[in-house]
Design a protein around this ligand. Structure first.
Ligand code: GDP
Ligand code: MG
Length: 201
């Protein structure tokens, strides 16, 4: 079995993250944890790339549709449809507009529990209710209420893979194998070596 330190996850700084000049702030959070950046590029995604990205996981539509319906009901409003798939189609259309509106930065971060830890630091989907100390909780204030009212996607600065299987599908969607670099970083010895008795001279 591969060592846990080889786990990789996809992070995308969304167009609002670039516009808000938060690139360095966002990258710092993952870097200081001990994760290693192994791929990075800036691009303006096409609508096809975004649609394919969100449809890589066959369950994503159902999950996001159910989540969206629950958020309408929580506000005491009627959802645009009772069918989660139909609601998800609406979210996809809005995401295509949002994610192609400007440059994004796609990255691959590597390290033990990379998927889970990046999600923890990134915070929940809705910035309004995302935890204090998380990137989405600390640096932006968007809500389902405002996004749905304006018929747009939630602006939450970042995409981060939701699970290891999701990451395994998303990374090759954004990067060719040649764009991902395998290298050693000195701090990995302190994070991962079973024996650190060689520190003293
Ligand atoms: P994430 O993994 O936390 O980014 O959330 P999802 O994978 O469930 O949704 C993908 C993206 O779609 C989110 O980051 C939001 O930008 C947007 N989104 C998801 N659900 C909704 C919703 O109910 N309403 C609106 N307006 N946007 C949503
Ligand atoms: Mg997701």
């Amino acid at each position: 079995m591969a060592h846990p330190k080889t786990e990789q996850t996809l992070v995308i700084v969304k167009p609002d993250g670039i516009q808000r000049a938060l690139i360095g702030e966002i990258m710092k959070r993952y870097e200081r944890l001990g994760l290693k950046l192994v791929a990075l590029k800036m691009l303006v995604p096409t609508e096809a790339m975004i649609e394919q990205h969100y449809l890589l996981d066959p369950d994503w539509k159902k999950n996001v549709g159910e989540k969206a319906i629950a958020s309408y009901e929580k506000k005491g409003e009627t959802p645009p449809s009772k069918d989660p798939i139909a609601v998800a189609d609406l979210v996809v259309a809005r995401l295509k507009k949002y994610m192609t509106s400007g440059p994004v930065i796609a990255m691959v971060w590597e390290g033990a529990h990379a998927v889970e830890l990046v999600r923890k630091i990134t915070g929940g989907t809705e910035p309004r209710s995302a935890g204090v100390g998380t990137i989405r909780g600390d640096f932006v204030l968007d809500s389902y209420q405002m996004a749905d009212g304006d018929e747009r996607a939630i602006r939450n600065l970042i995409h981060a893979s939701g699970s290891v299987p999701e990451a395994r599908k998303e990374i090759p969607h954004w990067f060719s194998p040649a764009e991902i670099t395998s290298y050693r970083a000195p701090h990995e010895a302190t994070l991962y070596d079973a024996d650190i008795s060689s520190i003293l001279a």
